[in-house]
Ligand binder design. Sequence first.
Ligand code: ADP
Length: 305
Amino acid sequence: MLQLDHLTQRYGALTALNDVSLTIGRGEFFGLLGPNGAGKSTLMSLVAGLREPAAGTLRLDGVALAGRPAEVVRAIGFVPQSVALYEDLTADENLGLYGRLYGLAGRKLAARIDACLDAVQLTDRRRHAVKTYSGGMQRRLNLAASLLHEPKLLLCDEPTVGVDPQSRNAIFDLLERLNRDGLTVIYSTHYMEEATRLCSRIGIIDHGRILALGTLDELLAQLPAAEVVSFARNGAPAPALAALARFGTLRERDERCEVLLAPGVRLADFFAATQAAGWPDRAFTLKRPTLEDLFLHLTGKTLRE
Ligand code: ADP
């Protein structure tokens, strides 16, 4: 559905997107996972048409996005990272305005406003000014505004930052339902839990480059670890730590240490060795590797750094 070829974007001397090529298929729930400053919003803004790329091309169903033909504008919905609503206006008035900007009017517009308010569970607040809404409610209305014209591609740029858990779950449920009904979604986030829960395919982005691309399972298979064992460092002597390194990659972070067990390493062998060295078994916590582990493996830093 969407094809990006060699996209590059610069702000002065800074290259915010660096030769990104990416194809997104119809019906995908595509996640763009990366830390602050990785280039996610820049990529979104190029697809949304807020700016033209310094180099490269974008195509939607084969139609070049340059020049923004009307069919492209109507096919895309954009949920910007910051809330884009008039806070002195009510939800009804905001949606009326956005709907008219997309060419909706009359009964069709009224029906779409009803449907979108219902979808984000704000019908009972529709006649209240947006400035009386919680942050989560404003985010939900922001999402409703992007859906009025029934786009086939929805861009969500970190739509849950600073949102309460209830609104976040409402946003997730709605996006999952819309995706099941055929909407293609591109969703940017720096929360690996969101990418893990929502996305059928994920691109990991840092410093304007896609570092890894695939389904969750494909991505985790790139890690040289089948399990991660973590434990409190608590002054463990250096030789004891070094002895664990033969089971995989040893990582020391703050007060915790982690061993990414290499594939094929048996947990029984690991625990036999730690017991022999005098560690109590209860010192260890076991977990499956996550996208955070993969990001750390690829970049040497965490998603929050
Ligand atoms: P993300 O959405 O992943 O946080 P952005 O796309 O917003 O990343 O930013 C990518 C890089 O470009 C960052 O280093 C950011 O500081 C820089 N940047 C973003 N927008 C601008 C701008 N309008 N002017 C100058 N630099 C910018």
